[in-house]
Ligand binder design. Structure first.
Ligand SMILES: Cc1cc2nc3c(=O)[nH]c(=O)nc-3n(C[C@H](O)[C@H](O)[C@H](O)COP(=O)(O)OP(=O)(O)OC[C@H]3O[C@@H](n4cnc5c(N)ncnc54)[C@H](O)[C@@H]3O)c2cc1C
Length: 398
């Protein structure tokens, strides 16, 4: 494969850099840097979303008629690499990377015409109601029940780990509409309003005390038949289609490289207080090892892109990338915590707009919280053990 960018691609890279210089304000970069939660705070993410939407660069992969850019795979790669390098906030995936692409692929014309513009302009803020207290990896075991009454479904049951349910006005859910047959049968995919009397949101705090996710209890909540995606009892295939988008978000390595640069910056800052050079030597050698892995992931991404350009589909590579990227992210966060030493011990407030002074140095503020919250990356979107099962079956034929 040829890993060098063409002349046109270099011009494009320059355009992206110019745009970032203008629109990615220091406030946005600083807010993103101090986010310790897995998901960016709504306020920051939506500000960045509206700047991208204004430029027409919010949803590069979507069809042009719905706001896509018609970029090739290399342009998409350059764009996401430059955004990560410049420290742009992550966008919230539930609307833009999950229900949006699902609607485009499987929704009716009425659903697309109504919901797609509202996702792009931020009017609707979505959450995902898949997991239940007794159904996570074994998602098909879900029990939340929906009973059809004329043009509605009446829903009773509980969803859990529902990210940003306390901020969302819409939820997409998997519900059980039939109990006979295999457990994958009898599941239906519904979209409904969070703002109705039958929906109760109970907060769950993360290990770092961030409020990211919730338990959502439905008591006679209502969803309309017109807001069902796919046929009744055929929600499992809809759910699997959506999970492909969720997992393919792992392609990259660019974020890891910028996090490694951050470790180097911390090592240099802290080494000023060290008389001998062993501190700097030890940590730079550990950092270099991680950097080599991040670069290997990046080249693997480029190889996948190269085969996508030839019309191949990613297949089990999305499981491989999810596992490699999330394992590496966790190790990077562990080394960052090790570098700041005892500054990682006190609890530091990382919420947006907090005026509590940082302990030690502003750069230390989110390190411990980030280390704690990143434990989640190998669990959500299908745990890494589940991804390894997929690879074992699909690649090794076990
Ligand atoms: C930060 C975060 C955000 C989330 N957001 C959402 C959300 O918005 N909406 C939503 O619906 N869900 C969400 N989830 C839930 C997530 O999808 C589940 O946590 C995940 O699917 C795992 O399910 P579980 O927690 O029930 O663990 P379990 O399925 O009980 O797994 C427990 C452990 O057993 C292992 N295990 C289970 N089965 C197997 C197997 N067959 N082979 C090998 N190992 C196995 C798992 O890998 C894991 O280590 C979120 C989770 C996190 C951490």
């Amino acid at each position: 494969m040829n890993i060098h960018f063409s002349k046109e691609e270099l011009i494009f890279q320059n355009d992206v850099r110019e745009f970032l210089k203008k629109e990615l304000t220091p406030e946005l970069v600083s807010a993103a840097k101090h986010t310790s939660a897995v998901f960016t705070e709504k306020e920051i993410a939506m500000e960045w979303q509206s700047r991208l939407a204004k430029k027409g660069w919010l949803v590069p992969s979507w069809p042009e008629e719905y706001g896509g850019t018609n970029w090739n795979e290399t342009q998409k790669y350059i764009f996401s690499f430059e955004c990560a390098k410049a420290g742009a906030p992550n966008l919230i995936p539930m609307g833009l990377a999950m229900i949006g692409p699902l609607l485009l692929g499987k929704g009716t014309k009425e659903q697309k015409d109504y919901y797609i513009p509202r996702i792009l302009n931020g009017e609707d803020y979505w959450c995902q109601g898949y997991s239940e207290p007794g159904a996570g990896s074994d998602l098909a075991g879900l029990q939340c029940k929906a009973v059809r009454e004329e043009d509605k479904y009446i829903i009773n049951g509980t969803k859990i780990w529902t990210t940003h349910a306390h901020l969302a006005n819409k939820i997409f859910c998997l519900v059980r509409t039939e109990n006979s047959g295999k457990k994958q049968e009898g599941i239906t995919f519904l979209m409904l309003d969070m703002e109705q009397p039958g929906v109760k949101v109970e907060p769950i705090l993360t290990i770092a005390k961030d409020h990211d996710f919730n338990q959502v209890v439905f008591t006679n909540a209502i969803a309309y038949v017109k807001d069902r995606i796919g046929e009744e009892n055929e929600g499992w295939s809809v759910a699997k289609y959506l999970l492909e988008f969720e997992r393919s978000g792992g392609i990259g390595g660019s974020k890891s490289l910028s996090d490694i640069e951050f470790i180097k910056k911390l090592v240099n800052k802290i080494s000023i207080n060290h008389k001998d050079t062993s501190f700097i030597d030890t940590y730079l050698s550990k950092t270099n090892e991680l950097e080599i892995r991040a670069q290997a992931i990046q080249y693997t991404s480029l190889r996948i892109l190269s085969s996508l350009r030839n019309g191949d589909s990613p297949g089990p590579e999305s499981s491989m990338m999810k596992t490699l990227v999330t394992d590496l992210e966790q190790e990077i966060s562990e080394l960052t915590l090790e570098v700041i030493g005892y500054y990682g011990i006190p609890f530091q407030d990382t919420s947006f707009g907090s005026n509590e002074p940082a302990i030690g140095d502003e750069d230390f503020r989110s390190v411990a919280g980030r280390y704690q919250n990143l434990r989640a990356t190998t669990i959500y979107g299908g745990s890494n053990e589940i991804q390894r099962n997929i690879m074992a079956k699909a690649v090794l034929g076990l």
